[in-house]
Design a protein around this ligand. Structure first.
Ligand SMILES: O=P(O)(O)OC[C@H]1O[C@](O)(CO)[C@@H](O)[C@@H]1O
Length: 614
């Protein structure tokens, strides 16, 4: 994957042609626009001459490459490209600069046919086609911010009613009309994972005011210590905590465990969970039924046609946001405005299509490069984490829509600038060339009236700005491509717009590479395997229990446990199960140590007469 400047710009463009042929071999049915030397017209104004200097310097129009090539670049040409391709969404105050991505006019033309197909697919999707064929589902997250688009009046009513009930419920909680048994609610504890956590987490970090009406915490894992930490942090405020349990399926184990742990904490504190619990889930799911039977405070729907990773504009993201005093109507408006722009069938005027075009170019349409997302704003720290699920769970697929094995994807990582400058940007600048960057720039540094110059003519925000621009230039001068997305401020409207931008870019890109972006079959494999481990653990416990109930107790070797479980092939997993139980005081090592698996003999600390592990 690594390439040098000289190979990248060489007359044969070896690196690119290697990627192309390897991509084509993945699936004979996919045809990729092929780059050739003449395609690199963005770099036409470069000429390659030899250079002995190993310094990278920019002297007027000269860039000296470390890799031995001297690239002459007219800054006028680069500026012209910047102006030519700059996308502006006037109402959202959002800009997209793709000038530092090297796609050529010829590549663009070749892609246009693919884009026509992608635009048609998006149009059909918005009209209610079964865009997720494997699950036989419609894909309707765009309707959430413009209910008039929904394919029938029933769905439209569902969306509008839900929105109204979210607003009313949050107003009532904030105003104190709805109270906990101990008084006004002061905290939210959100229990959910994946798409049922990442959106609400990102929105809270980006938009919650410094003193929100209700503060939010998250349990997004089945890590007991992590759960204990969240509950401990709430302390006596558990009595005024609104617990929002979020799960589309209503049966995700991590979320169920989080709920059971929280309910236990409530019991131990003498609190009635049902007076403080809220469920967001599909109608009639296990969670929905539990909440209904136990008469929780409220239940909000998740719709079959909204996927977890695109659910942030449903009750999943909107209810927690509204409870924190975030203007959810503005978020929806921002998303809706962006959706409108993304319906343009002119690629240049379609911001999501522009991103998809760059992704395709930069990663050869096969994910050959990773996308590093660098927001230069602390409040956007979780954007890359949010995008990681949105992009990778959507695009990371083994098969395309025609059943060809393609092993597609686009890896996403990043935290924030300029912090990451002092972590991994060294490698981005000079190391393995396996990425392209996306800078997220926020023009407004801080609210008006608070700025000051920490040295003559320079504010703290100017440094942040300088770091972004400097990193962008430094990467570009070493042939590292980048996109820059600029917003005026971090507001509910701009955040809604950015979420919609990336949702649509993923949808369009998925069409370009002919995959289903809306299912996640790969996740099931891990879940199934986890279930098998827990089933094996129960068999191990049964075997150990029988031996531990003997008089005298019969400590067993690993081989004996595996034989008695009728699973000799699972001996390694049995060892791991025993080591984990031993570390948690649930099994006793009679002989040997866990460091030498063959040496151990194990039994249980107590004999359970009615074997409950069966
Ligand atoms: O909302 P649920 O059904 O609990 O699922 C949580 C997450 O789990 C996944 O299904 C992956 O297992 C995600 O797609 C989803 O966002």
């Amino acid at each position: 994957m690594a390439s040098s400047v000289s190979t990248f710009y060489s007359s044969t463009f070896k690196k690119k042609s290697i990627s192309r042929s390897s991509s084509i071999s993945r699936s004979s049915s996919i045809s990729f626009p092929v780059r050739s030397r003449s395609h690199f017209d963005i770099f036409q104004t470069y000429s390659i001459v030899s250079a002995s200097s190993s310094e990278v310097s920019k002297n007027n129009n000269i860039i000296t490459s470390k890799k031995g090539g001297l690239l002459e670049k007219s800054s006028e040409a680069l500026w012209a490209r910047y102006l030519d391709w700059l996308y502006q969404h006037k109402e959202l105050g959002l800009y997209i600069d793709v000038s530092r991505v090297g796609f050529t006019d010829e590549f663009f033309k070749e892609m246009e046919v693919k884009f026509e197909t992608a635009f048609k697919a998006m149009e059909d999707l918005e009209k209610g086609s079964i865009a997720n064929p494997d699950e036989g589902r419609m894909v309707g997250h765009y309707w959430l911010r413009n209910s008039k688009l929904s394919p029938n009046s029933f769905l439209r009513m569902q969306i509008e009613n839900t929105l109204e009930s979210i607003s009313k419920f949050s107003d009532d909680v904030i105003s104190g009309k709805i109270l906990s048994p101990a008084g006004r609610f002061t905290q939210i504890l959100s229990v959910g994972i994946g798409g049922s956590a990442l959106g609400p987490q990102f929105v809270a970090e980006a938009l919650a005011p410094d003193n929100p009406p209700l503060k939010i915490r998250f349990i997004d894992n089945t890590d007991p210590a992590g759960i204990d930490h969240q509950i401990a942090q709430l302390g006596p405020e558990l009595a005024t905590t609104l617990v929002i349990v979020i799960s589309k399926s209503g049966g995700t184990p991590e979320t169920r465990n989080g709920l059971l742990e929280v309910q236990k904490a409530f019991r131990e504190a003498g609190l009635d969970f049902s007076k403080q619990g809220v469920a967001i889930t599909q109608e009639n799911s296990l969670l929905d039924n539990t909440a209904r039977i136990e008469r929780w405070v409220a239940r909000f729907p998740m719709f079959d046609w909204v996927g977890g990773r695109t659910s942030v504009m449903s009750a999943v993201g909107l209810l927690p946001a509204a409870l924190q005093g975030i203007n959810i109507r503005e978020m929806l408006d921002g998303a809706s405005l962006m959706d409108e722009a993304n319906r343009s069938t002119v690629v240049k005027n379609n911001p999501a299509a522009l991103l998809a075009l760059c992704w395709y170019w930069a990663s050869d349409g096969v994910g050959s490069k990773d996308m590093v997302v660098l927001p230069y704003k602390d409040s956007l720290l979780l954007f890359s984490r949010y995008l990681q699920q949105l992009v990778m769970e959507s695009l990371g697929k083994e098969f395309d829509l025609d059943g060809n094995r393609v092993n597609q994807g686009l890896a996403v990582y990043g935290n924030k600038g300029s912090t990451d400058q002092h972590a991994y940007i060294q490698q981005l600048r000079e190391g393995v060339h396996n990425f392209f960057a996306t800078f997220i720039e926020v023009l407004r540094d801080r609210p008006p009236g608070h700025d000051w110059e920490l040295e003559p003519g320079v504010t703290c925000g100017d440094y942040l700005f300088g770091m972004l621009q400097g990193t962008r230039s430094a990467l570009y001068s070493n042939d590292r491509e980048s996109i820059t997305v600029t917003v005026q401020e971090v507001t509910p409207r701009s955040v809604g717009g950015m979420i919609a931008l990336y949702e649509r870019a993923v949808g369009i890109y998925a069409s370009l590479i002919n995959i289903n972006a809306y299912h996640q079959p790969g996740v099931e494999a891990g879940k199934k395997a986890a279930g098998e481990v827990l089933a094996l653990q129960k068999r191990v416990l049964t075997v150990l229990n029988e031996a531990s109930c003997k008089d005298p107790v019969e400590p067993l070797t690993l081989d004996e446990v595996a034989d008695r479980c009728h699973s000799p092939e699972e001996i390694e997993m049995i060892y791991k199960i025993i080591a984990h139980m031993e570390a948690n005081d649930r099994a006793i090592i009679a002989e040997g140590s866990c460091g030498s698996p063959r040496s151990i003999k194990v039994y249980l600390g107590e004999c359970i007469v009615d074997d409950m592990y069966d």
